[in-house]
Every structure is written in C-alpha cells, then in structure tokens.
Design a protein around this ligand. Structure first.
Ligand SMILES: [Zn+2]
Length: 455
C-alpha cells in the first residue's frame, strides 16, 4: 500500500486554518481530519508546521533563447528543481516563438519536447503570440485550447513580439469567442522607443536613466485601453507583472465594467525600488517594467489585500551576471531576474509576518487564485479530497538569511541576497511524492507532468 499520512499540521487553505492530518494515496488527497488512523501507513509528523497547498508560479521563463542567441540562466531542469526547493509544485512557463508568424502549434510542441524530460514538478505553458498576427495564427488558437493551454500571451511592446492595437484587438476577439484567457505584457512600445532614443541621444545611458524610458503611465494606459476593449468583447484578461500604482487605480476604478479582468504583480515590485539602479551593479536589477517607487509598493500591497490584484508570480528570468555587466547603455542590458524558489518565503516573511496580508490571502495569491484563473482548480490550488497531493510543509518561525550561493537556481545573482527572512520551506510534496526535504532535492528529472488546463 502506498498510503502516507502527514500528521500534526496546521492546514491552511484560502479560507481557513485548522489542525489536522492529511492522508495521501496514488498522488491524491484521500482523507483530511483530526487524528487519522496511522496503522500500516507511512507517517510524516510535521509537529505543528503549516501545511499549505503547493505553490503555483504562473509566470516563469526557463530555457529561453533571446536575441543574439543569449540564454537565460535556468533550464527546465534547474528551474523546476529551484521551484521544488521553494514549495512551488506547478509552474506555468511560455512557448517561445522563434520567428514572426511562427505556427502556435509548432512552437507549442517544440516547448513540450524541451520541458517534458527535464521537469521535476508539474508544469503548463501559456502560448505566446509572435509578432505579426495572421488569420492562420488566430485559427490555431482553438487547437491550443484543445491541447490544454487556454491562455495566450501578447506583448504591446518589443521589436519582435510587440503587437499594434489592431492585432491586440484581433487576438482578444478570437480569445473571447473561445472563452480563453489573454495574458498581457502591458507597456506602450512606441513611447518607450521614443523615450529611449531621446535619452541615448542626450548621452543619458547609465542604468539610473532606465526608469525614465518607461514611466508609470506607459503601463497604466495599456491597462486602461485593454480593459475598455475587454468590456466590449466580454473576454478574459490577465495583466502580468503590474508595477505601477496607477495601473492598480485603473483596475480598481473599472471593477464594475470589466468582468473577468485579473492582475498579477511580482515580489520585485513589492520589495525593491528603483534606487537599485543607482547601485554599482545596477544593471543586475534591469527588468521590464522597471522597479518603481515606495508609493507604488504600498499601493500594490494594498491591492493584494483588497483583492484588486489576484496573483503574485515571479517572472523568473535570471541571466548569468556576466551577460548584464558592463554594457554600454541600459537598452543593451538583458532584462530579467529570478526568484522562483524565494516566492513563498519572501511573501510569507514580508507579507504575513509583517501583517500586510493574512496567511489565507497568501494561499489565495500564490496558489488558489492562479489555479482558478488558469483552469487547474480544484485539481491544483487547494487542500481538499481528490485534489492532487501537492503540499508544502512550512516552518513559520524559522529565521534564516538568503545566500545566493545556496540557492538551487543556477543564477549567480539574486536581488534578495542577505535578506533576513522568517519562515522556511521544510518539505515539498508533488502528487504524493516528497521532492524536497531539509535542503535536498529528491525525485528525478521528467517526473513532473504537463497539466491539461480547462477554462
Ligand atoms: Zn515574463
């Protein structure tokens, strides 16, 4: 018999917290209750630690190739090992179109072949739209939905991927017809281009000028416009990595109008500010959108607390530091940082311990909401009978210091190096299998599964 009982936990869901035991069999949760009978079963006594549903990081980039052939630091193997170490049992990565107009299905299949043999935890993919929307690509969206990935990512900025408003509208219209999600990278590409050129011409090239190329309104106006499109089309819209207080205000003010519109932010926008661009290694903090101000952070935390922002994901996309160091100007620095294995500890320590959000809200934004929004609930995102046995055993009192050297990610830079945190992942269970325990990754590459999502 392959039953296992997790004993003496404080079980946390999106709604409540209660003492109890959890019995697991064949990858699923089969019993939850006080004092379960432990005869003939393997027992793990967690001695009062928290048991949370497995964390879902709905925004990661592993093993992606960028312009000039540059690769990011983590592949699907190191990335999902890092995820396991951080209590993340499901990640949603993206397809990675390699050419304008590239077939969505082809790009999707290529990404599955890359990921399947390497993943340590479960995963899914958002389907990225390449630049240049054609009727062929639009007609492929139904096929992508049918193979279990009902979410499409579009960009409103960027040379290769940026869509104009007509193309954005076309994708949103087709998505609304199919009942699938459109994920939006919301930045005004044309205005960024203009501001970048002007800054470079004035010899304002250092990282400290980077935020001036992308002021807050660059994000806010796209959020505003697309919420209007969506009100007309009655679709589903999800804004990734929101950074600006103004964007939160737009989401809040249009709540009655927008139906199914969701917002995501990331730990970096909650915990770091653009003062990092003044550091000697400021280029290591180059991400898009850029880091903002203390007032934006405050507004974002408030938005999480009030449910205006529903998800916190990482946008994990670190590069080895050598590729960011010493570039001639801020436009040349690869943009991205990583935090997949710190997502839960950071949000617990800075959110729950500092009383900005409750532990139930933590579970909502890191697990339950992404599972619901992206079509994995109740298989993922909760602790309930018949749900996958994806669990994190978390010691809420343990104090520790982040050290980049000790992180599982291959990245040699972490913006959270030397952060003092309260609360640590002790164990991660993915579909009933212990994949991380006391600092060690267990399980093997390829054990993770592609999760078929339905909306
Ligand atoms: Zn991203």
């Amino acid at each position: 018999m392959n039953s296992m009982i997790i004993k003496n936990g404080n079980i946390v869901t999106a709604e409540k917290i209660f003492k109890g035991d959890i019995e697991i069999r064949d990858e699923k949760i089969i019993r939850i209750g006080p004092e379960l009978d432990t005869k003939d079963v393997q027992v793990i006594d967690v001695d009062g630690s928290l048991i949370l549903p497995g964390i879902i990081d709905s925004h990661v980039h592993f093993e992606e190739i960028f312009s000039g052939g540059l690769k990011n630091a983590d592949d699907f193997e190191s990335g999902t090992r890092a995820a396991a170490a951080g209590g993340v049992t499901t990640v949603i990565d993206f397809t990675s179109p390699q050419a304008r107009n590239e077939s969505l299905v082809k790009a999707f299949q290529r990404r599955r072949r890359q990921a399947d043999p390497k993943v340590f935890v479960d995963y899914s993919l958002h389907c990225c739209f390449p630049g240049g929307v054609t009727s062929e690509l639009l007609s492929e969206m139904g096929k992508i939905k049918d193979i279990g990935a009902p979410s499409f990512k579009i960009f409103t900025a960027g040379e290769d991927l940026g869509l104009n408003r007509g193309e954005v509208f076309a994708v949103m219209q087709q998505a609304a017809k199919l009942g699938v999600m459109v994920d939006v990278h919301a930045e005004e590409g044309d205005i960024i281009n203009f501001l970048e050129k002007r800054l470079l011409k004035a010899d304002k090239k250092s990282l400290s000028f980077f935020p001036q190329s992308r002021p807050n309104f660059i994000e806010e106006t796209v959020v505003h416009d697309l919420i209007r499109f969506n009100a007309y089309l009655k679709g589903k819209l999800y804004f990734v990595h929101l950074s600006a207080g103004e964007s939160v205000d737009v989401l809040d003010l249009t709540r009655d109008l927008h139906g199914e519109v969701f917002g995501e932010t990331c730990p970096q926008y909650l915990l770091l500010t653009d003062s990092c661009y003044e550091f000697d290694n400021g280029e290591q903090y180059a991400i898009v959108p850029p880091l903002r101000h203390a007032e934006d952070q405050k507004r974002l935390w408030q938005a999480i607390k009030e449910g205006v922002i529903q998800v916190v994901g990482t946008d994990h996309c670190p590069f080895m530091s050598q590729y960011k160091q010493g570039k001639s100007d801020f436009t040349q620095v690869p943009k991205g940082m990583g935090s997949v294995e710190l997502l839960l500890p950071l949000m617990f320590s800075e959110g729950v311990v500092k009383k900005r959000i409750s532990v139930n809200q933590l579970v909502q934004v890191l697990s339950t909401n992404p599972a619901k929004i992206f079509g994995m609930f109740p298989r993922k995102g909760t602790i309930a009978l018949n749900s996958d046995a994806d669990l994190v055993i978390f010691n809420p009192g343990e104090k520790w210091q982040v050290s980049t050297d000790k992180l599982v990610s291959r990245a040699d830079f972490s913006p959270y190096d030397l952060f003092e945190l309260t609360g640590k992942v002790e164990m991660t269970i993915s579909r009933g299998e212990v994949v991380y325990r006391d600092g060690k990754i267990l399980g093997k590459a390829g054990r993770g599964q592609f999760i078929f999502r339905r909306l």
